[in-house]
Design a protein around this ligand. Structure first.
Ligand code: AMP
Ligand code: GLY
Length: 426
């Protein structure tokens, strides 16, 4: 079978490589892909836009592609799954209605409240002054969230009223889009965040291994928020008992609430949770897709062929599978361009990937490009160096040994990816 993957991040490179582990997958096409998918054997990039549904459809038809997997939220929120489903083509990812769980925080909040899903207390405002008055009433710290998609930039954890008010002003100035201006003002929670990526066919929902992302740019979780500086799996804070609670109190009721809204959700349901100090799992956000860089860590441990699971989701047969995992742990360390998440330079020549892979790691590309046969940086997050080991300690040291082989001007990474889990255990 031939598969087409939509997206150009580390997540999509990891999905493409995982698919190609199976002898049944003959070729993977990426729209638009990156320098990694351009150089992976069996993989080919297509210079089409991710919102060019007609162009993608034409390629799928002409080339007899059996399955489309959508990485990012944007095409899902624009209805790519609806478009392909209407044309009886196999596509992995929820419809536009389902993608609202990520594309509208107020919609997701309403769904959670209706279904009794544990989530921080919040209020939704369409008016800046009312939102500001509510902040004064509640006090700080408090969390201000833009309603729509904001490429990870729409959330402010405000420690002062001034900060909260300024975040509200930014949102109502239309910085994150001007359609349907709304703000969600949410109770601040402390605890540990975990990412639960679950597969669903609309009937059954099966969590993948729990993962933990490192969102802050600096070590010890200091500094600005990023798309994710590294991840590891499985996250030991999610014990089997806690996973059972997450399944029963969050994943299953969410799916039931979607069904109640007549939404046939097939794809990934990603629950971003806070595990509060008293051990309660609460939903901070839902995403309608695989996480990046959690996917790089989680798929490295997946034993069941990915295409079997993805096809089972599309064909409502997920109940036939019990997902198998390799033993041990996995860690993905992101190498970023100096300056990220602020401004940074692109076009820096990257060396040492082969040496890094010779250390037993797998290097997934994110912001890279092949330019005149030379691999150069092309984004904020450039590479995801991923290693597995029998223990998390082993995975971490293997990943960093590989990281140290790679060079490009200004390269930056956090040196503490996964360390929090080691602290937990001791
Ligand atoms: P979100 O996009 O909703 O996951 O928010 C981005 C980040 O903001 C999360 O990963 C958390 O680190 C933080 N955050 C969001 N909501 C809360 C909350 N209610 N309490 C504390 N931190 C939060
Ligand atoms: N790693 C966070 C995300 O994918 O949204």
């Amino acid at each position: 079978m031939k598969v087409l993957v939509v997206g150009n991040g580390g997540r999509e490179h990891a999905i493409a490589k995982k698919l190609l582990e199976s002898t049944r997958i003959k070729q993977v096409f990426c729209v638009p892909g990156n320098g990694g998918t351009a150089t992976t054997q069996g993989c080919q990039n297509l210079s089409l836009n991710i919102d060019d549904f007609q162009g993608i459809e034409r390629f799928v038809m002409v080339n007899n592609i059996g399955l489309v997997i959508v990485g990012p939220e944007l095409p899902l929120s624009l209805g790519i799954a609806d478009y392909f489903q209407q044309r009886k083509m196999m596509i992995f990812g929820p419809t536009k209605a389902g993608a609202q769980i990520e594309s509208s925080k107020s919609w997701a909040k309403e769904l959670m409240l209706e279904a009794g899903i544990p989530t921080p207390k919040a209020a939704v405002f369409t008016d800046a002054e009312a939102a500001k008055a509510y902040v004064l009433e509640q006090g700080t710290p408090i969390v201000i969230k833009a309603d729509g998609l904001a490429s990870g930039k729409g959330v402010t954890v405000a420690t002062t009223v001034k900060m909260a008010h300024s975040a509200i002003n930014t949102i109502f100035r239309g910085e994150f889009g001007t359609d349907n201006l709304r703000v969600v003002v949410e109770e601040f929670l402390t605890g540990q965040e975990v990412s639960i990526l679950a597969l669903t066919d609309g009937i059954t929902v099966e969590p993948l291994l729990p993962a933990q992302d490192h969102k802050a740019i600096g070590e010890g979780d200091q500094g600005a928020n990023t798309g994710g500086m590294g991840a590891y799996a499985p996250a030991p804070i999610v014990t089997p008992e806690l996973m059972e609670r997450i399944q029963e109190e969050i994943l299953e009721p969410t799916l039931a609430a979607l069904q109640k809204r007549k939404i046939d959700y097939r794809g990934v349901l990603y629950a971003g949770l806070m595990i509060t100090p008293d051990g309660e799992p609460k939903v901070l956000e839902f995403n309608c897709r695989f996480g990046d860089p959690e996917t790089q860590a989680v798929l490295s441990l997946l034993e069941t062929p990915l295409e079997d699971l993805v096809l089972a989701c599309c064909q409502q047969r997920l109940g036939e599978y019990s997902i198998r995992w390799k033993s041990g742990a996995s860690v993905c360390v992101v190498l970023a361009s100096g300056g990220y998440p602020g401004s940074y330079q692109k076009g820096k020549v990257i060396t040492g990937i082969e040496e890094a892979e010779a250390k037993g790691a797998e290097v997934f590309h994110a912001g890279t490009q092949l330019k005149q046969q030379q691999l150069v940086s092309d984004g904020g997050r450039v590479l995801g160096v991923t290693a597995t080991g029998e223990t998390l300690e082993q995975a971490i040291s293997k990943a960093y040994a590989a990281v140290d082989c790679i060079q490009f001007e200004g390269v930056y990474c956090r040196r503490d990816i996964g360390r929090r889990a080691l602290g937990d255990k001791n």
